[in-house]
Each structure stands twice: as C-alpha cells, then as structure tokens.
Design a binder for this molecule. Structure first.
Ligand code: 5GP
Ligand code: MN
Length: 449
C-alpha cells in the first residue's frame, strides 16, 4: 500500500507538473476548474493515476474529465521532456472520489485493469502514439484478417520505421499468410503466422485495424496487454487500448508516412515501396473518394525515393492470377441488377474457390466490378466462406454509407467500402441484405425525385 520512496518522488514530480500544465498549458475548452489532489504510481512505474477534484455541474465535471483524458498523450510528452525516465508513465485521470479507495490500492489497480476492458479507446495524437511506440524496447506489429495492400503495406512501413529508429526487437505477426500480390514487398518475409511461441513484447501495435475482433488468431496474445492503434477506419477503437484513428487519411500507410516525417526519419526506397502499395490499394490508384491533396503530397515524397511506379502499379492493378480470373468470370456471369439498376450483386461459393484453385485473397476487389456498372450506387459481393459463415463486401457511391449500413451486421470499414462476416448461410444473408438494400435504394430514388 505504501509507495516506495522513488515512486513517491516520481508521483510528486508528476503532480506538480500536471498542476502547472493545467494552469498554463491546456487549451481544451472542456476543461473547467480542476485541481490535482494526488498521484499514485503503479508498482512498475508504468502508470500514473492522477486523482483530480472536479468542480461545477455534473456536465462540467464530465467535460473536464474528458478534456483531461483527451490531453493525456500531450501531458505525458510534456512530462517525458523533464522526467528523464527510460519510460514515461502513462497518465490516467480519475475523479478524486476514487481517492477514498486508494487505501485499498491493490484492489484499485485490479479494478482499473478490469475497468480498462470497458473504457473506450483513449484517443492520442500522432506524436503521442509515436512516442509511446518508440519508447518501447520490444514491439509486436499486427493488422487485420484478410489483409489487403494497406494492411500489409502499412504494417511493413511501420516495421521499417521502427528498425530505422534503431529498434532491434520488432515482430510482425498476421493471422493470414501474406497474399501472393504483396509477397514481394520489402520486409514481407518478416511477417510470421502466430505460431506456438509468443514473442516478448512491451507494446502491441494494431495497424490498419482498431479492434481485437479483427486480428484473428493473434487476439489471444493481446488480451490485457498494452495496445496502441494506428488506423483510418470509421471506428471507435479497442476498449482499454489507446491510439490514433483518423478517417481523413485515405490509407493507414499515409499515417505511417506522416510518422516518418514526425520522427525525422528519411524514407528509404524499401519503406516507400510498402507505403506506396498501401496508398494505391486503398485509393484505387488515387481514384476513390478518399483521395485528397495530402494523399498526393505523400505520394510525391514516396516517389522521390525513386520507386518504379509502372512495375508496382501493374503488379497491383493489372496482373490477375489465373485463379482470380476464373472467379471473376463466375462473378460477372452471375451479376444481378436490382432497384432499377442502382444495386448490383453477385457471389462466390467455397466450391468456386476449390474449382478455380483460388485462395481467399483472390476474391479481393471482385466486388468493384459490381459498382463499376453504369448507374450502380451499391455493389455487393457475398462469399460463402463456410456453410454458416458469409463474408459480405460492399462498395458504394456518394449517397450511401456502406460502413454505417454494415455496422448493424457487426461489420464496418469506410463510407465507400465496407465488409462484414456474418454467422449465417449465404442464402439467408443474401435475402436479408439484398432485401434491405432494395428498400433503401428504392426509397432514396423517391427521396431524390
Ligand atoms: P473488403 O470488402 O474489401 O473486405 O473490405 C472493405 C473495407 O471494410 C476494408 O477497409 C476492410 O478493412 C473493412 N472490413 C471488411 N470486413 C470487415 C469487418 O468484418 N468488420 C469491419 N469493422 N471492417 C471490415
Ligand atoms: Mn486501410
């Protein structure tokens, strides 16, 4: 219960500094009148629990606490500047009513740990995430299942960045094998399947994904561990984790490119190759609605390393493997148009995959052909992964938010491209989703008329 001399000193230093920062440095308008009552360090000095008295009405108190939590990444960096500890403690704010319980400190930490599982992801800014990750001596990087070019490219971009920053222990783990298309990315051989032996790591970074539900068999390794998120999907993020999610980025690879700049690490051709592939897959070669001026600025910095754009683009966009070509043939053959041509859908079955000797990755992008048809606003592809497990991919144009639509089915993604995996037969899922979409799209036509 009693803190050691060292942790008491650290706690006191942090208390003083936070009090100063609150007085002079914090700009969040939500933060009202607060005073720092006490700081308790966890026994390993990794967490500083800061107890604050909040004044005003309930809503003002809530606002202050939210503002403080929001600023915790910045506060931590400020503290890191003067506290020359190998590892700057993470700052967590608590209302001081919980101070009464500090006497049962162990219990409090237990509860904090439990609580964490239920607390929404803490949002950090990009320098905050970078300093957290760069402050760790061993790092595990992972990304989402069914990895696409942005998943693999941003993961490897992060790997190159950390290696260039001198990190020796960086493990890359992915639940699926690297798709054939991305196997020639520099560093791809570093990506391992989660085998029996779990690497030691201080922090796990989820790149291009924000939830443990989408990292497949890597998830059990990450339960109750320190997790940082770097993602651009329209999502809230993993409970108990903290990180940076910014849907204004067209690709997670773009966020990683900005991290190179922030870290002052010059891009190498290897890293740029990975990040370029991340960008071109998620922007469809700078054509999708997520593409913006920043995308092109980032592209320029990537190209300055001397990339062979023609070969890279041709590998990603033009070359179709024979199994994929066979699947494409079937998907197009079965394409159906509904809702007066505003909806197009098709499907692949497990049988198609075995007939074509195709892999899961070969279905990637087939859904785009549905949306490509003139007049189509929403394109859908169903993939019967197992008899009672169906993957749905949606692609839409401006007036339809695919991620929002699939949220109801436990899926997500972006406004123009989203997916979900549903535990029902393909026939059932087709009936439900196509039925819903027909109603919505016919409704939207009336609305527009
Ligand atoms: P695709 O249809 O190509 O698999 O996925 C399109 C987009 O939606 C990608 O950004 C992908 O990461 C996201 N996505 C695909 N499936 C899921 C899912 O089951 N859950 C969530 N949250 N996002 C998904
Ligand atoms: Mn992405």
């Amino acid at each position: 219960m009693s803190q050691t001399g060292r942790s008491q000193r650290v706690a006191e230093l942090i208390r003083e500094e936070i009090a100063k920062l609150i007085m002079h440095g914090l700009k969040d308008p939500r933060i009202g009148f607060v005073s720092v009552m006490g700081v308790r360090m966890s026994s390993d000095l990794r967490y500083a629990n800061v107890y604050v008295s909040l004044y005003g009405a309930e809503s003002e108190k809530k606002g202050s606490l939210a503002g403080l939590q929001h600023s915790s990444g910045w506060i931590r960096r400020e503290i890191g500047k003067f506290l020359r500890m190998r590892y700057t403690p993470e700052i967590r704010f608590f209302p001081d009513d919980s101070l009464d319980e500090v006497y049962h400190l162990e219990q409090v930490f237990q509860e904090i740990h439990e609580d964490q599982k239920h607390t929404p992801m803490i949002k950090l800014d990009l320098p905050g995430v970078l300093s957290d990750v760069a402050g760790a001596s061993s790092i595990l990087l992972t990304t989402h299942e069914n990895p696409d070019g942005d998943a693999v490219g941003s993961l490897l971009g992060m790997y190159h960045l950390l290696k260039l920053m001198g990190k020796e222990r960086v493990a890359c783990v992915m639940t699926d094998p690297v798709p054939r298309l991305y196997r020639n990315l520099p560093g791809a051989k570093q990506i391992k399947a989660p085998g029996a032996k779990q690497p030691n790591f201080e922090v796990a970074v989820l790149v291009d994904v924000s939830s443990l539900e989408r990292v497949g068999t890597v998830a059990p390794w990450l339960e109750n561990r320190k997790i940082r998120v770097i993602d651009h999907h329209l999502e809230e993020g993993q409970h108990g984790a903290s990180g940076y999610i910014d849907p204004s980025y067209a690709a997670s690879g773009e966020i990683v490119a900005d991290m190179f700049a922030l870290a002052g690490v010059p891009l190498t051709p290897e890293a740029a190759h990975c990040l370029y592939v991340a960008q071109i897959t998620d922007t469809g070669g700078y054509r999708f609605s997520n593409t913006n001026a920043r995308s092109h600025r980032i592209a320029a910095t990537l190209l300055e390393t001397g990339l062979d754009v023609a070969t890279i683009s041709s590998d990603v966009f033009e070359v179709i493997s024979k199994p994929k070509f066979e699947l494409l043939h079937r998907v197009i053959d079965r394409m159906q148009l509904l809702a007066e041509g505003r909806l197009a859908w098709s499907y692949v079955t497990a049988r198609d995959l075995s007939d074509a000797q195709a892999k899961k990755e070969d279905t990637d992008g087939l859904v785009n052909y549905a949306r490509n048809i003139e007049g189509v606003e929403v394109g859908v592809l169903f993939n019967a992964v197992e008899p009672s497990l169906t993957k749905v991919s949606l692609r839409s144009r401006k007036n339809f938010n695919s991620a929002e639509f699939l949220n109801a089915y436990g899926g997500g993604g972006h406004a123009a491209a989203a997916g979900a995996t549903i535990e029902k037969s393909m026939e059932e899922v087709q009936r439900e989703i196509i039925g819903q979409l027909e109603i919505l799209l016919e409704g939207s036509a009336e609305g527009m008329a």
